[in-house]
Design a protein around this ligand. Structure first.
Ligand code: ADP
Ligand code: MG
Length: 703
């Protein structure tokens, strides 16, 4: 503290990225607490909060000009005649008009009651939104974003997503006030590395994203495209950092596993297991190859970490059964972990068939089992008398210890995510781990989410599989489709009719499933129709499935439980209701349930008429494409990774800056950089530097 003259204010220390937000004018302890709740604690956190778009405020729409329904417009004007209405519970409408001095336009906001209190007709606002035709074909601006007009002079204005209670101009001002801290922002990436990939420095990149330079002389095409192009290197820089943080975490985990010790399975045990001829068919060449890869891993005392990929029906489960047999033959225990109880039951049944006769009957362990059965299972696991166990995450709960766990097979079905995977490895004292995914996942995703695993791919289907002819039909065609189903049944076929989950966690209400059942029965007179959904007891589900398998029932109405279950060669038709609600990969999975027998098979995707061209085009991909990998790539490109079944859970919050669909090349690049860093022993240091900027990008994945 330099004692300056009392009259002069003490020179403020320049703002630094790590400073608390209370150093920003206008942010007191209260606001800071609210912002902290929204995840922003430091100046740096606001600096990493990037604009969603930029508004060129020289390009205002004039309300006396031509206004096209559907177009997005920016209007500057005063609000007129605002009123707030509540036509029913849960619906608030604030409406009125905006007047820009040249004309008027109706404005309406739904369910934003606070607007009614906050708006005034005194001040000028910018409104940005889409024009739609309302009642009586009147043009209106619906739910426009709103910001009070400042003192003019603003041209290219960053528009930020809200941050908790903070939005609009207040947020923009606060972020603006943080910008000086960028001068003191240390770059976590060394200059050589930046040069190698042509990346701008972090500070300059952030500054340009918050304050893009004024447009160069406008091109005929307009300026919006030019701007994004100019900002692309800056976005790339942030994506690079984020992906590198993830790649480092993955590399670190891989390193840790390599240091672990697992029981090596002697090759003669593996040979003996294979010699038992447990499977009722000959392995395909691809199955043989991956089985050999797995056997080689199991033979080492470094824990195996392998991802087994293969299209639906390619025979992954069969391969997993052989891996289990090798470990069991060596006198060790093995566990199979799946995301749902239903799947656990299904796997237990399959493994009973493959491994039961060899003297390794699986036991089931799930949370909803009767306590006595669970106790029994736990005792057997602990004393080693139970050698093979199938279950949900209950397998790795506190207090459950394995006598000699050699292998864990995880059937992820894309529902686990990486966090649980690592928790489990820690619990099991370094068992070998084999992860199966039911949906082939795109390479970029595989490298990130599963980047610490070796990859085995079954790229061949068992002989005799046929392509399932796939068509998209409107719902109005349902009667015809059901008649087709009835005709197929008359010819000896069987059919599934599948309904979507309403929400991820919640199944279609049983009542509406019953309604659908009535419709199906009406159109398929004399056909045995069974109902299968998650609310049925296990016993009831078993009965229904068995009856379908035996042919006593010929049509199975189901929620997506069949996705993971039934294997019936006579099934020739798969009808999917509201198909637009499913991901392509999931539909591909469903389709894989038919076409396993002699006869030609069909998949009919019913979709609401109103789904729009894009959604229809998406579904039609399935008509042309029968390869799960290509379909997954298309899904990723069209919907983003978050939409791929269950991949949402891949990390704590998903990517902030990177896009797996866009940044393929960066995924590969950062992966090799992480490997280099690991080889040079610099992994930890770089990880720490990156964690400073991307605290969310590591922990869930890497720890
Ligand atoms: P995935 O788990 O990859 O979907 P499964 O292991 O469940 O595939 O196998 C799908 C079906 O194919 C099962 O009915 C299985 O019995 C059969 N199958 C697997 N491998 C072969 C093979 N090599 N030859 C013939 N049928 C096979
Ligand atoms: Mg399977």
């Amino acid at each position: 503290m330099s004692p300056g003259p009392a009259s002069e204010p003490r020179p403020e220390r320049p703002l630094a990225p790590d400073d608390p937000l209370t150093r920003i004018a206008g942010i007191g302890p209260k606001t800071a607490a609210l912002l902290a709740e929204a995840g922003a604690l430091r100046v740096l956190d606001l600096l990493l909060h990037l604009p969603r778009r930029y508004e060129d405020r020289s390009r205002l729409s004039c309300l006396d000009g031509d206004l096209e329904p559907g177009s997005w417009v920016l209007v500057r004007g005063r609000l007129r005649g605002l009123r707030t209405r509540r036509p029913r519970r849960r619906l608030t409408i604030v409406d009125g008009a905006v007047d820009d001095g040249r004309g008027e336009l109706a404005v309406v906001w739904f369910n934003q009651p606070w607007l009614g209190r906050r708006l005034s007709d005194e001040r000028e606002f910018y409104l940005y939104g889409q024009l739609r035709l309302g009642a009586r074909q009147r043009l209106q601006l619906v739910n426009p974003e709103l910001e009070e007009a400042g003192d003019g002079g603003e041209r290219l204005v960053p528009v930020y997503p809200r941050l908790g209670p903070y939005g609009g101009r207040r947020l923009r001002r606060a972020i603006e006030a943080c910008l000086p801290a960028l001068d003191r922002c240390e770059d976590p990436i060394a200059p050589e590395l930046r040069d190698r990939f042509g990346l701008p420095g972090l500070g300059p990149a952030l500054r340009r994203l918050h304050e893009p330079e004024a447009e160069p002389p406008a091109t005929a095409e307009g300026t919006a495209i030019g701007l994004e192009e100019r900002l692309a290197p800056c976005r790339r820089r942030l994506a690079f950092d984020e992906l590198l943080a993830l790649s480092c975490a993955v590399a670190a985990r891989r390193g840790r596993r390599r240091q672990g010790a697992a029981p090596a399975v002697a090759s003669d045990a593996a040979r003996r297991a294979l010699a038992r001829e447990l499977l009722p068919f000959r392995l395909t060449a691809a199955q043989q190859r991956v089985t050999a890869e797995i056997a080689a891993d199991l033979g080492r005392s470094t824990p195996m970490g392998r991802l087994l990929q293969g299209d639906v029906g390619s025979g992954k489960t069969a391969v997993a059964a052989l891996a289990l047999a090798m470990v069991l033959e060596a006198g060790l225990q093995a566990a199979v972990m799946v995301p749902t109880e239903l799947l656990a039951e299904q796997h237990a049944r399959t493994l009973e068939r493959y491994l039961g006769p060899a003297g390794w009957p699986p036991c089931l362990l799930t949370a909803s089992q009767p306590a006595a059965a669970r106790r029994e299972a736990r005792r057997g696991i602990a004393d080693g008398s139970q050698r093979l166990v199938v279950g949900t995450h209950a397998l790795f709960q506190e207090g459950l210890s394995y006598a000699a766990l050699g292998l864990v097979v995880i059937d992820e079905q894309h529902r686990f995510g990486v966090v649980q995977r690592s928790a489990l490895a820690a619990k099991g004292r370094d068992p070998h781990v084999l992860v199966m995914t039911a949906t082939p996942i795109p390479r970029s995703l595989a490298l990130t989410v599963y980047g610490d695993l070796e990859l085995s791919v079954i790229d061949e289907l068992p002989p005799g599989r046929r392509e399932v002819r796939t068509v998209v039909r409107p719902e109005s065609a349902r009667p015809k489709v059901l008649e087709f189903v009835a005709a197929e049944v008359a010819k000896g076929g069987r059919a599934y009719v599948v309904y979507p989950f309403i929400e991820a966690a919640e199944e279609l209400p049983v009542a509406s499933l019953l309604e659908h059942e009535a419709v199906v029965r009406r159109h398929c007179p004399g056909v045995g129709v069974g109902l299968l959904h998650g609310r049925l007891s296990r016993q009831r589900r078993d009965q229904v499935t068995a009856a379908f398998r035996a042919g006593e029932l010929q049509v199975l109405l189901a929620t997506t439980v069949v996705e993971v279950g039934v294997d019936v060669p006579e099934a020739t038709v798969m009808v999917v209701e509201s198909a637009q609600r499913f991901g392509l990969s999931q539909l591909h999975q469903l389709r894989g349930r038919v076409g396993r027998g002699e006869r030609p098979a069909w998949c009919v995707l019913l979709a609401d008429e109103g789904i729009g061209d894009a959604a229809r085009t998406r579904l039609e991909i399935l008509g042309r494409c029968h390869d799960g990998f290509t379909i997954a790539e298309e899904d990723l490109a069209m919907r983003g990774p978050g939409e791929l079944t269950g991949v949402r859970q891949w990390g704590p919050a998903g990517f902030r800056f990177a896009s797996l669909a866009r940044d393929h090349a960066l995924v590969e690049a950062t992966r090799s950089v992480a490997a280099e860093l690991a080889a040079r022993g610099e992994l930890g240091a770089v990880q720490a530097r990156l964690a400073h900027f991307h605290p969310g990008a590591g922990p869930g994945i890497g720890s």
